[in-house]
Ligand binder design. Sequence first.
Ligand code: S3P
Length: 201
Amino acid sequence: MRRLIASDKAIPDLTMANPQPLRSPKTVVFVGLMGVGKTCIGRRLAQRLDIPFVDADKEIEEAAGCSIPDIFERHGEKYFREGERRVILRLLDNPVHVLSTGGGAFMDPQTRAAIRERAISLWLRADLDLMLRRVSRRNDRPLLQVADPRAKLQELIDLRYPVYAEADITVDSVDGPPDVTLERVVGALAAHIRRNVVAAQ
Ligand code: S3P
């Protein structure tokens, strides 16, 4: 592997000093817990990259013909997870886009392997209070319809963070304007792409 040298003309300069349109060679898949802002930031990233944005949960709802709470209620979580895997594997066949996935998707070994092989995974992480504030605005997340959503989120943090940590990129979401988090995402993605260009040379 060659080292990154500032004067190396072969390496695309993606810094703010010399902005070039950032182009992702692969679909960028957002993973992370409920309420971190995967859809909000994913949509903005897609705009920035000028590529389509797809929300996996919406696609699952469309394929099932009903909402996620209804899928959980009528058929159970196992059925939802199977549909989730099928839909994401299908979406990964699409041309390069930004894909936001539900918090449990990356926990599935087959889905995770497919994402690893065919996409760039980005774990968007936020602290517990921020997630709790965001998820309490809506009641459409079946896993959080419990007496103590904070305890449930903490349980999911303990269970899922070691797996989310396998993502290619980790970005901490900022409690503030989405554009601040977006800039972090763009910077981290640019650095990841640059590292891989260098590694491939
Ligand atoms: C889930 C997260 C939800 C949705 C479903 C299950 C999870 O998506 O897929 O309610 O297991 O964490 P968001 O992460 O987009 O809220």
